[in-house]
Design a protein. Structure first.
Length: 284
């Protein structure tokens, strides 16, 4: 069932704050360890870390994807929220994904489709890891990472138990059209948000419309988006929640692109509760 009601945002914020307090006062965080876990795509390293809770296997797993030009540090705190509740988490740097990454590759060779290949390789490996429940693997993405998670969920709907999208960059196709009015003459490189991208970035962004892929994924999707986001206007998520077969939208009042402080904690708690509900449903 599709939901996009502003009251839902208020309800989730209240529940989030209550949930955070309950977690801190009545539930001891689960002990965990962090392991280096790398993969390869065409001989290039995808560098990442597994957050493993001290619990019996097989366990649920969330794969977290960072945004454009960033690195896994931007989703590290979200991974900690999950693992402290007994849910394993994997964070990584996309190949050529941004500055200060430990993965290989150049940003001028990166696109939404190359990053989708990275995420699919990660999913392929981790779903065969006996420590994890292959029926309880979730995708989590922020900004461009949310776009990538949406693409992969649509391509692999039976392998994704649910998805959480923070201010997903569904604006990517429209932005590419504005940057490159003549698709036959796309520059070899150009600047985007202070980073240098290659021709492939715009070519791949123009090659499909992410909204046409959303109906392929009927699993539950949670979108969390700030009402003051000028990078990816809220309207893109408002449209998405009407296109996904089974999506909810939480509007974070006054939040911009990227969550910090209490807004980040509220989003993290809402994400954990969303994932835990799906796990509970699957365990019945």
């Amino acid at each position: 069932m599709k939901k996009s009601v502003f009251l839902l945002a208020i309800m989730y914020c209240i529940v989030s704050m209550i949930g955070i307090e309950a977690t801190q006062t009545s539930i001891d965080p689960v002990d965990f360890r962090i392991e280096e876990q790398n993969f390869q795509r065409n001989g290039i390293t995808i560098s990442g870390e597994l957050f493993i809770p001290e619990r019996t296997s097989p366990m649920p797993l969330v794969i977290l994807s960072h945004g454009f030009g960033g690195n896994r540090g931007s989703v590290r705190n979200y991974a900690k929220f999950f693992v402290e509740q007994g849910i394993a988490a994997y964070i990584f740097d996309f190949i050529g994904g941004g500055n200060n990454i430990k993965s290989g590759g150049k940003m001028t060779d990166m696109s939404v489709l190359t990053e989708a290949k990275d995420l699919m390789i990660i999913l392929d490996h981790l779903k065969t890891d006996e420590r994890f429940n292959a029926e309880q693997i979730f995708l989590f993405g922020e900004s461009q990472g949310g776009f990538i998670s949406t693409y992969v969920a649509a391509e692999r709907p039976d392998e994704v138990a649910g998805s959480v999208l923070l201010y997903p960059a569904f604006v990517i196709h429209d932005d590419a059209r504005r940057r490159t009015p003549d698709p036959a003459n796309i520059p070899a490189t150009m600047k985007l948000l202070g980073k240098t991208i290659g021709r492939i970035y715009n070519q791949d962004a123009l090659s499909f419309d992410i909204y046409t892929m959303m109906p392929r994924y009927s699993g539950k999707t949670l979108i969390i988006h700030g009402t003051a986001d000028s990078t990816v206007p809220l309207s893109y998520s408002e449209r998405a929640v009407t296109v996904f077969p089974n999506a909810e939208l939480i509007k974070m009042n006054g939040a911009s692109h990227g969550f910090h402080g209490n807004t980040m904690r509220q989003a993290a708690q809402a994400a954990v509760q969303f994932v835990q509900r799906i796990i509970d449903e699957k365990n019945r």
